[in-house]
Every structure is written in C-alpha cells, then in structure tokens.
Design a binder for this molecule. Sequence first.
Ligand SMILES: [Zn+2]
Length: 328
Amino acid sequence: MIYPWQGQLFGHVMQQRDCLPSAWLLQGPAGIGKRDFAWHLAQALLCEGGVGDAAPCGQCAPCHWFKAGHHPDFRSLGLEEEAPSETSEEAQPPRKPSGQITVDAVRALEPFLQAGTHRQGLRVVVIEPAEALNLHAANALLKTLEEPPAGTLFLLVTPVHARLPATLRSRCRKLPFPIPSREKARSWLSAQGVEDPDLLLALAGGAPLFALRLANQEGSARPQWLKQLADPAISLPQLSESTTKWPVSEWLGWLQRWVHDLLSQKLVHQACFHVDLASLSARQAERADLAVLLAWERQIRAARRLENHPLNPRLLAESLLLPALSMR
Ligand SMILES: [Zn+2]
C-alpha cells in the first residue's frame, strides 16, 4: 500500500520503469511510509496484470505470490524476515534492534542473483533498514552494484542515508521522500481515528506514521515525565529510575525534542514539538544558558547514534538528564 501523500512520487518512479537503475536509495525521515512504498513498488514492478504505470493489480498470479511472500524473483534483507502487514507497518512500535545486516546475508543472495529470472526478467531486492548493513555487507553489496546482474533492481530504504558508505550511495539513484504536507497528514490521521492530529504531528516532526504510533501509546507518560524534568522536588536518581522504565530510543526521542523546544523557545519564543507543554518549555528556557543547551543537544545527538548498541541505560539517563537540573 502507499499513502495519500505518495501518489505523485509513485507515478514519477513508475514512469522510469523502462530505464531502471541498478539501485534506488529511498531516503527521508522515519515514519513517513518509505518501507511500505518500497514493497508496493516492488509488487507493482513484478505485477503482470497492471496497465502501464498503474498500481499493482492485486489479482494476477505474481501479485498473489508476492502477497504470500514467495514471489520467486523477489527477496528482502532486513533485521526481520516479516513482510509489512496490511496496515501501516511503520506505525508499529520500533522493532527491538537486533543488530546488523551481515555480509553472510548479502552473500546468500548470490544464487538468486545468478540464476535466471522466473517471470518477465526483472528481479527486485528490498534492503531495509539499509543503514543496518555493516561495513563488510556494504562492501559486498557495492561489488554487486559495480557489476550489476541484468534486470536486477535493489531498493535500499533508510532514514539516515549519511550512515551508508559514500561509495555505496554513489551507486544508487536517489529517491528523496519529503515530509508530507500538514494538510494531507492531518486528514489521513483523522481518518485513522486520531483525535488530536496537530499535537501528534508536532511531536512526530510532521511524520504521519510516527504520529499514529504515538497516538497508540500516548498516555500521560510523556507530559508527566517532562514535568518531572522541571520539578525541583524530583532528584536525579528518582528521575533516572522513572526514565529507565522506557526503552532508550523512546525517552531519548522525547528528550531530544524537548531540548529542541528549549532552544527554539530561547531563540524565537516558540515550541515546535511538545506544543502542549509550551509554557513549561518557555519557563525552563528562560532559566537556561544557551551554551548549556547547545552542549546538551550535541550530547543527546551523540547518544542517539549509539542507542541501538548495548549500553547501561541508568548511567546514560543520569548523564543525559543532569543538565535539566540547572534549569529548575
Ligand atoms: Zn498483479
């Protein structure tokens, strides 16, 4: 499936079906539907019942094989083997980081790439999240792309394309995914039954599938936790304890947006993300030193790069929450 904000992009890509690259790099922020787009595109390119640039017919034999997960000319590489569900896959909670896509996984594609295709001469491989390719895996893939097997299309999907080696990126045709318009995102969220799409879109930086996931989990936890950050009665150990109840990626995301809000309050008197707590961030920003905020933001950004690696959540929380105490 694709989303209402992707129709034009899909048409644009399908128009290039007669001059396909060896690899497309689908890049853009998380939570806007790149993964679902990649699978939809793969199905459309393998479909034999559609007309021209249309969406997959859903009726032909290849479409049925694709949906059942055994189209002979399709493979996917990822951290999990499962195909996206009918509903928005990216709206599900983030998967437990299980590490990397290894060189063995890339090499295991070789028999598939060397054998003849079964149907119309096109083979499609989706790699997602592409930034999970470790260095050896990326090098092996680069070798393949330097001498690409005929009729083979790789779709690499990533929210952080800068983490892929430049050599690999240079072998891919770029397909940038912009943040959808607020209007389209809002009406799609409303159609999903989300009651406060504007707040959730603000929290999600405009990414609708991310906003939907927040809607499914957004209780009182986030605002309460942020109020604790600002509450002088809550000690650092207490704060760390309540923080480590959540996965690192979860609270780190909240904290990063909070610090962005503090910076933005400091500079332009406006909150961008936690708009429901704008008066709190305004008060905190008044007491905050700009240099401290900038250093805090850098510290969080560095921690985010490591959030998928084993680390001591308690120590991490204590070091990252410490600057909050100076603003109470
Ligand atoms: Zn079809």
